[in-house]
Design a protein around this ligand. Structure first.
Ligand code: SF4
Length: 295
């Protein structure tokens, strides 16, 4: 039986899921509806007032209290009707491709263009159906610092460039605060086509697209790579782990130093976390030998 959710509740649920996702809680499961149980619960709920009224009419006033049987609507681990369904096992991540050969700086722009040409008018995953423009990347092919986000949003999809909306403006401010210009860094995403309603890319979509990102990383070979948000961290590192366990330290990754921080879109929703993000960016600055504020 399809469950109809009103638009306001759906919007609230989507917002909450985005919030959890930004915190690094990327996996959710929905208990499948047991039709037989649902019908039983509905019948019990419908019959309950009648049964109570009947019991009031027929039972003697002095009847001793009887321990109530667990109501099937009570969500309790002690209620056998509410046993958890088995959670499907997680699929292992495919192995990351071998690290590519070092491309001389003068040939990096051309090497990136070869990857772009190979992607072409890509229809390798379902995301192609809803895209306006494929978003390959933006920035300096010889950048020492690279940022990786999750996927294009509405503005990026229209312009064909990563991080050009409100979150992009905040990223630009973050880059400026580091003492750099946007043109000096390289920016790309896990998936190159906008997921519908900005949902998180499905694993098969991310796994299909991310090998191109690995190749871009291998060509640019940044000294420091910053993963923006849980989705980027998950598909770069090939492990599902809450963001809290990945932030605040340097990960060795494909010959670069990988640092994980919050996605700018999350920082727009929860500006209290900007201080934490700034602390992460200062780790990146230290690795790059950039001058830290107040030093
Ligand atoms: S998201 Fe990546 S793999 Fe999917 S269609 Fe777009 S470019 Fe191709």
């Amino acid at each position: 039986m399809a469950i109809v959710i009103d638009p306001a509740t759906r919007a609230d649920l989507e917002e909450r899921i985005r919030f959890y996702r930004d915190l690094g809680l990327t996996e959710f499961y929905r208990r499948p509806v047991d039709e037989a149980l649902l019908q039983k619960l509905q019948a019990a709920a419908a019959a309950e007032p009648v049964a109570v009224a009947a019991s009031v009419a027929t039972e003697p006033a002095a009847a001793p209290p009887v321990a109530a049987a667990p109501h099937p609507l009570v969500s309790s681990p002690h209620n056998p009707m509410y046993e958890e369904s088995a959670i499907p096992p997680r699929k292992p991540f495919p192995a990351a491709p071998e690290i590519g050969v070092v491309v001389p700086p003068a040939e990096r722009a051309q090497a990136l263009q070869i990857i772009r040409d190979e992607i072409g008018d890509c229809k390798r995953c379902a995301l192609h159906a809803g895209r306006n423009k494929l978003v390959f990347a933006d920035g300096d092919p010889n950048a020492r610092l690279m940022f990786v986000g999750e996927g294009p949003g509405a503005d990026e999809d229209m312009q064909g460039l990563p991080f050009v909306g409100k979150a992009g403006q905040l990223l630009n401010n973050m880059i400026t605060a580091m003492g750099l210009k946007r043109e000096q860094v390289y920016i790309a995403n896990v998936v190159k086509c906008r997921p519908p309603q900005n949902r998180t890319p499905e694993p098969d979509e991310a796994h299909t697209c991310v090998p191109f990102l690995f190749r871009q990383i291998d060509v640019v070979r940044p000294q420091v790579l910053v993963a923006l948000g849980a989705t980027a961290a998950t598909y770069l590192l090939g492990q599902r782990q809450p963001l809290a366990g990945l932030r605040g330290r340097v990960h060795a990754f494909r010959g670069t130093q990988l640092i994980v921080t919050y996605h700018p879109a999350f920082l727009l929703r929860d500006p209290r976390q900007k201080k934490e993000a700034w602390a992460d960016l200062q780790i990146a600055m230290r690795e790059l030998g950039l001058k830290l504020p107040g030093k």
